[in-house]
Every structure is written in structure tokens, then in C-alpha cells.
Ligand binder design. Structure first.
Ligand code: FES
Length: 71
């Protein structure tokens, strides 16, 4: 799912950034361009970063990515 339409940044891309070590939305923005144009996606991006950080801190390594089932 796209989080940032302006820059074409997906939720998955943000989660990958967190798995790679990003700790805040500013870092994700620097690396992906997310939230650097109109800024309307900033809140959503922050939520994804927070959720990914929680998931990566409480799940075994590798389980944070794609852990949600899609039906
Ligand atoms: S939707 Fe992300 S900067 Fe516009």
C-alpha cells in the first residue's frame, strides 16, 4: 500500500528502512523521499515507523516483514 503518493513510497519500503536500522520518520524521509513534498503522508509514515519498530523489537528477527496475512 502506498503511504506517500508524491514519492511513491510504500508501507513495505518504510518497514524495510526500519529493519535496516532507521529509527525515526526523519531518517526514513532522508532515505526514501517520503514526506518531502506535500507532507500529507507524514502522520501515516510516522505510524508505520512506530508500528514497524514495535514489531521488530518484539518479534524474532525477520518476522516483522510481511507478518500480516492478506486475505
Ligand atoms: S504524499 Fe508524501 S509528500 Fe505528498
Amino acid at each position: 500500500m502506498y503511504i506517500c503518493i508524491c514519492k511513491g513510497v510504500t508501507e513495505r519500503a518504510i518497514r524495510e528502512q526500519v529493519c535496516a536500522g532507521a529509527t525515526c520518520v526523519d531518517e526514513v524521509s532522508r532515505n526514501t523521499g517520503c514526506s518531502t513534498q506535500c507532507g500529507k503522508c507524514l502522520l501515516r509514515a510516522q505510524r508505520v515507523v512506530e508500528d514497524a519498530r514495535l514489531a521488530s523489537s518484539s518479534a524474532p528477527s525477520g518476522a516483522a516483514m510481511g507478518a500480516t496475512a492478506s486475505a
